[in-house]
Design a protein around this ligand. Structure first.
Ligand SMILES: C[S@@+](CC[C@H](N)C(=O)[O-])C[C@H]1O[C@@H](n2cnc3c(N)ncnc32)[C@H](O)[C@@H]1O
Length: 267
């Protein structure tokens, strides 16, 4: 399947989940690395929730640019950036970045999992890192998610179909565990370090329901695309969504999503 299939399947129809993210919670390793005055490029920034957190630290002496290929998200990011110094947002594609300058840190969170050519994306990102600067990528291994107790069988079947729908479009469901190898292959990066960035939420947490419901949103929005693409019937999709919502409300004890951050220094 082509890049086009991956592009169509990567479209985010709903920004609720990404709007709720923060730098401190959702890109923890980056929060440890940034300092006032740094120049940071955030690719696949969505509506800019994490990007604004970066600019709050880099401050007026720094420079933060958020790039996303979805013009609606960039419009929303621009509308919400008022009052934040040293930040701007541009529409652009990770495969063809609309910038010439170089940055202290180039980062991309939860984006490469949606690409059919992640290595090409990494090559493009490396070009935008200054010598001695860092490339930092955060992503998932969707095979290593854990739910307790097990999710309903209707939802497990949906999840399995979701992973096939993604991999048939050339996306890597285990992206997190392949990043280090792809970075190494560029020959332009040193000191590659992978750090576990598990996202764990349990029932007693105030935001457990909100966080666990991410998969109900996936069953809704991505699920409808999967129905159109012939990966699941509408009846099975709707049942999976309904059963999973009930599981979250009444049964779910915890959910753990497996993410890794992988960073490296440009030679
Ligand atoms: C799952 S969201 C992650 C948003 C944010 N980085 C976060 O961690 O919350 C993935 C984002 O990547 C963007 N994206 C997907 N393919 C892209 C591409 N080829 N170039 C630039 N952005 C892309 C999507 O529009 C979406 O906003």
């Amino acid at each position: 399947m082509s890049d086009e299939a991956a592009k169509r399947r990567a479209v985010l129809n709903h920004s609720g989940v990404i709007d709720a993210r923060t730098l401190a919670d959702s890109h923890r390793r980056l929060a440890e690395l940034i300092r006032p005055g740094m120049r940071v490029l955030d690719i696949g920034c969505g509506t800019g929730a994490i990007t604004r957190g970066i600019a709050e630290i880099t401050g007026p002496e720094g420079l933060v640019i958020g790039i996303d290929n979805d013009p609606d998200w960039i419009a929303k990011a621009r509308a919400e950036m008022q009052g934040t110094a040293g930040i701007s947002f541009e529409v652009g594609d990770i495969y063809d970045l609309p910038l010439e300058q170089q940055f202290d840190i180039v980062t991309s969170a939860r984006v490469l999992q949606w690409l059919s050519r992640p290595y090409t994306a990494i090559e493009q990102m490396v070009k935008r890192v200054r010598s001695g600067g860092k490339l930092l990528i955060l992503d998932y291994n969707h095979h290593r998610i854990e739910w307790s107790p097990p999710i309903p069988s209707s939802m497990q079947s949906f999840y399995n179909a979701f992973l096939s729908w993604r991999s048939d479009a050339g996306m890597d469901n285990e992206m997190a565990d392949h990043l280090a190898e792809l970075m190494e292959r560029t020959g332009e990066l040193n000191d590659i370090v992978s750090l576990s960035q598990l996202e764990f939420t349990q029932r007693q947490d105030p935001d457990f329901i909100h966080k666990a419901l991410i998969w109900a949103e996936v069953a809704d929005f991505k699920g409808k695309q999967m129905v159109q693409d012939g990966y699941i019937s509408e009846q099975d999709r709707a049942r999976a969504e309904r059963d999973y919502r009930l599981w979250v409300q009444s049964q779910g004890e915890y959910q753990q999503m497996y993410l890794q951050s992988v960073e490296a220094t440009k030679i």
